[in-house]
Design a protein around this ligand. Structure first.
Ligand SMILES: *[C@@H]1O[C@H](CO)[C@@H](O)[C@H](O)[C@H]1NC(C)=O
Length: 295
């Protein structure tokens, strides 16, 4: 309204100011998604990670000589990390592709894990998630995906803020770990975490509990990653990592699941969950406190 009634020169100034504002908000300085090398460095077997599409995507290779791995250049205290992954097609039994956050502290480790367990051709991949808080893990859950994760790229994300941790597959929550500190339940919140990924052979446990062995005649095994999107409070960094409004991942919309998300989460738990440590009475005769405290 104001621009319309103002003289043309002022109007132009206002319009260009508006344009500048729009540009400033739509393309943050970091420019997401990033190239692989902007966000990551290779930590294991240079020769087994190939950059493709001018560094915007990578190919991970597992063969009999080696697996491979990479890690973020920076560490974050809360935020949201996402990437698109296309898993090993065909016979991937015995292989594990992992995407995780880790505080890299031995004794009081915090860790948030996505692990993709390969399978024989035609058998479903299993996604295992786990959460370590203040050094204690053993909180495995497993789901079978509702699509073939090797046929195309899908987005896998971890949201971590002061209220909860949510694992997403294509915007569908597959796991929620609530901050129940008032009930004495440990919650990762003191240590920044890096973002990691590895591809390796784990045929002693991965597929049907180690019964299915890797078939090396099918090697090399290839997985692909792209659209790297790490947004969080960098440590060390200029930002205050407290739950303040400039940290968007702490905003109201991210403090609990939306009704639509809650519905999808329920659907996953009812139709796709194949293991939950919370209901494993032979392993935990006493129900772990975080399972009782609720999601
Ligand atoms: C592999 O396929 C079998 C048979 O469908 C299934 O029971 C299992 O959960 C799948 N995943 C793994 C990692 O073994």
């Amino acid at each position: 309204m104001m621009a319309a009634s103002a003289p043309p020169s002022l109007r132009n100034t206002l319009l260009s100011l508006l344009l500048l504002l729009v540009l400033a908000f739509s393309s943050p300085a970091s420019g997401r998604p990033a190239t692989f090398l902007q966000d990551f460095r290779i930590t294991w077997a240079d020769s087994h990670i190939k950059q493709i599409d001018r560094g915007r995507a990578i190919q991970l290779i597992l063969d009999q000589s080696s697996g491979c791995g990479f890690a973020s250049r920076r560490r974050y205290l809360f935020g949201k990390v996402s990437m698109k992954i296309k898993l090993i097609p065909g016979d991937s039994a015995g292989t594990v592709t992992a995407f995780y956050m880790n505080s890299d502290t031995d004794t009081i480790r915090d860790e948030l894990d996505f692990e993709f367990l390969g399978n024989r051709t035609g058998q479903p991949y299993t996604v295992q998630t786990n959460i370590y808080a203040h050094g204690k893990g053993d909180r495995e859950q497993r789901i079978n995906l509702w699509f073939d994760p090797a046929a195309d790229f899908h987005t896998y994300s971890i949201l971590w803020n002061h209220h909860h941790i949510v694992f997403y597959v294509d915007q569908v929550p597959i796991r929620v770990y609530k901050n129940n500190e008032p009930k004495g339940i440990p919650y990762p919140k003191f240590q920044p975490m890096g973002v990691y990924s590895t591809l390796w052979e784990a045929d002693d446990w991965a597929t049907r509990g180690g019964l299915e062995k890797i078939d090396w005649s099918k090697a090399p095994f290839n997985a692909y990653y792209k659209d790297f999107d790490l947004e969080g409070c960098e440590v060390p960094g200029p930002r205050n990592c407290a739950p303040n409004p400039s940290n968007w991942w702490e905003g109201e919309a991210y403090q609990q699941l939306s009704p639509a998300e809650a519905q999808r989460y329920k659907w996953v738990r009812m139709n796709h969950m194949i293991y939950d440590y919370c209901s494993d009475r032979s392993r935990y005769p006493v129900v772990p406190p975080e399972c009782v405290a609720g999601y």
